[in-house]
Design a protein. Structure first.
Length: 142
């Protein structure tokens, strides 16, 4: 083989490099597809809201004030305790399955007051979207 033929040759990628690239692409595709088939990608981005609440007990009333953080979506927050919808002031609520469902979006600056709470009774504000549930705030009456 002459130097002129060597310098003008068009083939630049050896078969070994091509095989390595094909194996790498196959492994990456298998990992991505496997992740979604197993279901590991289902919960990505689904989190409970992160919010800060002030809880102020005043006699037989407990006031929950949303100070900062994520808004709580409509029909995904509940008051849990020995209360009914008639005890909730400042926001639209409905009795659902032994707890009081908040029918409005809770955003920063809004308050809701729970009245007629027995002395020493604990009342909680809970987020529940059907998949996840977490207590956002709790308060005990005086």
């Amino acid at each position: 083989m002459t130097i002129k033929t060597l310098l003008t040759e068009e083939r630049a990628v050896s078969p070994v490099i091509g095989v390595i690239l094909m194996v790498a692409i196959t492994v990456i595709l298998a990992a991505v597809i496997g992740t979604f088939v197993i279901g590991l990608g289902d919960g990505v981005g689904d989190t409970t809201p992160q919010a800060s609440f002030d809880v102020e007990p005043e006699g037989d009333n407990i006031t929950f004030t949303h100070r900062s953080g994520d808004s709580i979506p409509v029909n995904q927050s509940y008051i849990v305790g020995d209360v009914s919808e008639s005890d909730i002031n400042g926001i639209n609520a409905t009795d659902v399955d032994g707890r009081v469902q908040i029918n409005e979006k809770l955003t920063a600056g809004e308050s809701l007051r729970v009245g007629n709470v027995s002395s020493g009774e604990t009342v909680s504000l809970v987020f529940d979207d059907g998949d996840r549930s977490t207590t956002l705030a709790s308060g005990e009456s005086e």
